[in-house]
Each structure stands twice: as structure tokens, then as C-alpha cells.
Design a protein around this ligand. Structure first.
Ligand code: 6PG
Length: 229
């Protein structure tokens, strides 16, 4: 893939520092050039340490606008919620105005949350940075193999996911098309369990992560050993 730039880090422990540096740079560029920084967060475990490091970044938090690429349909205080993880690790500790952290109302179920979140995104243009993880099966956000990834031009901004193979089965996810409408994408990949998915990606096999195709290409910060064949 011409559009994929792999950035090796020595080990999983080095990933948060490299990711935080890239996020901080993207934020300062966006704020300097356009007065604000629109970032879409990834869920799961990998970003937790990245979010914790962002607490100490020197930035004008009032310029940040935070969205979620996907959210699990669980009660809003459930530890499994991506928004709760980000809040506990980072967002509850910095002065981003509450109305600038846009959380999908996923506790209301996939269908209601998807249409509500799509309305939230209607007046939002191109993101500045989209953070994404990589699942063992090659999924990213809530876009799973064999399911609708929302890549078509007419695909909705947000998809209800009713049959995710990884619990909880109900989620909401931005579509591949909407996640690709961004100036930059940063995948964060670590953990031996991701080796197979990375190999599929590099072989050009059609895993959902490859459906994220912004004009600028994608950057992947990855534990170096996962790129050794
Ligand atoms: C989710 C995430 C998902 C995640 C991958 C990797 O809600 O599950 O958004 O797409 O990024 O599953 O998860 P880990 O970082 O925990 O390996």
C-alpha cells in the first residue's frame, strides 16, 4: 500500500511517547493554521497510555474538539465504554469544554445512537486527526470483517453495529468513508496478538483497516517486531 507509512517503535512501551508526540504536533499545526483541532479517538486498550500522556501536553485545550470513532452500546458509566476510558485516562483531567467532547449516546442502543451521532457530525467538516486501533481480526473502530464498512460515497457517517464478533455485540461506529474524511490518520498497533492482522494488511488482503483511505495516506505507529516476517 503506497498510502501506508509504517513508523517502528522499539517496543510496546515506546508507543505512547511516539503517538503523543505526533498528536501534539498535529494539534499545534491545526490550532495555528485554523484555530482549532478536531480529533477522533480510538477505543480499546492500546490508546490508554497515550491518553494519559496527553494530560501533560502544553496546548490550548479550549481549541480541541473531541469525537469518538466508535463506542460500545453499554451504560454510560460502564468501564467498557471507550468514552469512559478516555475520560478517566485524560479528558477528566484537562480543561476541554464539556460541549467540545462529543460522545455518542450509545447507552440508547445502536440504532438511536447512530442517527443521533450522525446529526452531531452533520455540520462537521474534515477532521484533523483520526486515531485508530487494529483488532486481531483486522477490524478498526467498529468496522468488522464481513460486515458493512460504509466505504461507498453514499454511506452514512455513522453505522449501527448489531453483530460485532467482539462483545459487546452492539456498537456505533463512524463509517470508513467518514473516518477517511480527515487530514491525517494515525493507527496505534502493539501486542503480539496483532501479528496476523498486520501481515494480512501488508499482503494487501482486504481487512477493514485498509478501508480507511484518506487522500494523505495513513501513518501507523507500530511495535517493530510486528513487522518482522
Ligand atoms: C473498540 C475499539 C477497537 C480497538 C481494537 C484494538 O471499541 O474495540 O475501537 O477498534 O481499536 O479492537 O483494541 P486494543 O487496543 O484493545 O487491542
Amino acid at each position: 500500500d503506497a498510502g501506508v507509512r509504517w513508523h517502528r517503535v522499539q517496543n510496546a512501551a515506546a508507543l505512547p511517547g511516539e503517538a503523543c508526540r505526533r498528536i501534539r504536533n498535529a494539534a499545534s499545526d491545526a490550532i495555528r493554521q485554523r484555530g482549532r483541532f478536531l480529533i477522533v479517538l480510538a477505543g480499546g486498550d492500546t490508546p490508554r497510555e497515550v491518553y494519559a500522556m496527553l494530560r501533560s501536553v502544553d496546548t490550548d485545550w479550549s481549541r480541541w474538539q473531541v469525537y469518538f470513532g466508535d463506542e460500545r452500546c453499554l451504560p454510560d458509566d460502564d468501564a467498557g465504554r471507550n468514552s469512559r476510558m478516555a475520560a478517566q485516562a485524560w479528558l477528566d483531567h484537562v480543561p476541554i469544554p464539556h460541549d467540545q467532547v462529543l460522545v455518542p449516546p450509545a447507552e440508547q442502543g445502536a440504532a438511536i445512537a447512530a442517527s443521533a451521532y450522525a446529526r452531531t457530525l452533520r455540520d462537521v467538516g474534515e477532521f484533523d486527526l483520526v486515531l485508530l486501533g487494529l483488532g486481531e481480526d483486522g477490524h478498526t473502530a467498529g468496522l468488522f470483517p464481513g460486515r458493512d464498512l460504509g466505504v461507498a460515497a453514499e454511506a452514512p457517517d455513522v453505522l449501527p453495529v448489531l453483530d460485532a464478533p467482539k462483545p459487546p455485540s452492539q456498537r456505533v461506529s463512524m463509517s470508513a468513508r467518514r473516518l477517511s474524511r480527515t487530514r491525517a490518520v494515525l493507527f496505534l498497533v502493539a501486542g503480539a496478538s496483532k501479528r496476523h492482522a498486520v501481515r494480512q494488511w501488508r499482503l494487501g488482503n482486504d481487512i477493514p483497516a485498509r478501508s480507511i483511505r484518506p487522500e494523505s495516506g495513513v501513518d501507523v505507529v507500530i511495535q517493530a517486531s510486528l513487522l518482522c516476517v
